[in-house]
Design a protein around this ligand. Structure first.
Ligand code: ADP
Length: 288
């Protein structure tokens, strides 16, 4: 993925020019492999590498609370590619003292999106660090979130596959409100117990809580943007600005829709199956 960071930055810097001009200013794209659209070809044998040997370049889409971070992080370990979550980059920036973090907090804590320029700066910095370390491939989570971001990404590299995770809206709100993080070890947990009727006569949805171990119990923190009012706003923003990105990738034959059937033990093996990731390692990672 050498050069993507610079190319994305070039596109962002060219925000006053047309996108076509910006893409022309970007570095050359990596050569696409034949048949990368289908999950089998996108992952290759045992889902480790693609058939052309290049590491996967995937994107996770899905509403707040759907579990993008959970599944993107598991797949990144399995496929040995970095999991790059723009939400994490934003939270790191928020944690740094100074006027910039105050400016970000005003936007993020109201459930709004940051400007394309800010988010692309954070992302390209992260990609640059990865390039210096020799990282290959990526699983992006939380980017792109607008059509413009998708166009910029499409202009600078080849995305093989976009996994669109789906869950009923009722479950999404409960999952966001139940989210907890250990301030010491950074572990992610969820105290919500979700048991709701299936939609349109579908099966019941049960997601048990993912409780912290005793040593983390007194150190749990909640994200400032995981209040009911802000989650509802984030869901509204998703429907308005990010849902069109699903169509952007559907039209390009890259979208894999995945309806989560329940909690992690139930959903993870089914996701691997949908991605055509097979092999003896499956069972080990599903149980992890
Ligand atoms: N690609 C992006 N474009 C604009 N803002 C972003 C982007 N990614 C993250 N953010 C900001 O960071 C916040 C947290 O992101 P994230 O953790 O991905 O949220 P969610 O749980 O809603 O999916 C978002 O609500 C938004 O303010």
């Amino acid at each position: 993925m050498a050069g993507i960071s610079r190319a994305i930055r070039a596109c962002a810097a060219a925000s006053r020019r047309s996108l076509a001009a910006a893409s022309a200013a970007a570095l050359p794209k990596e050569a696409p492999a034949a048949g990368v659209r289908a999950p089998a070809a996108a992952t290759g044998r045992k889902g480790r590498d693609r058939e052309d040997g290049r590491r996967v370049q995937w994107v996770f889409l899905g509403c707040p609370g759907v579990g993008k971070g959970t599944y993107a992080s598991r797949l990144s370990q399995l496929l040995n590619v970095p999991h790059i979550a723009t939400g994490d980059l934003v939270r790191d920036a928020l944690a740094a003292p100074g006027p910039f973090s105050k400016q970000l907090a005003e936007i993020v804590n109201h459930g709004k999106l940051l400007s394309d320029e800010i988010i692309i700066n954070l992302l390209s910095r992260r990609l640059e660090e990865g390039e210096e370390k020799g990282e290959l491939g990526f699983i992006l989570d939380g980017f792109p979130r607008t059509i413009r971001q998708a166009e910029i990404l499409e202009g600078v590299t080849d995305i093989d596959l976009v996994i669109n995770l789906k869950l009923q809206e009722e479950a999404l709100l409960a999952k966001c409100l139940g989210r907890r993080m250990c301030s010491q070890c950074g572990g992610n947990f969820n105290v919500a117990s979700i048991d709701i009727e299936g939609e349109n006569g579908g099966p019941r949805m049960y997601m048990p809580p993912l409780l912290p171990p005793p040593q983390c119990e007194s150190k749990l923190i909640t994200r400032a943007d995981d209040t009911e009012e802000v989650v509802k706003e984030r869901l509204r923003v998703y429907h308005d600005l990010t849902e069109p990105v699903e169509e952007f990738y559907r039209a390009r034959g890259k979208l894999l829709e995945f309806n989560l059937p329940g909690g992690i033990p139930e959903s993870w093996p089914k996701l691997l199956e949908a991605l055509n990731i097979e092999g003896p390692d499956n069972e080990r990672s599903a149980a992890a």
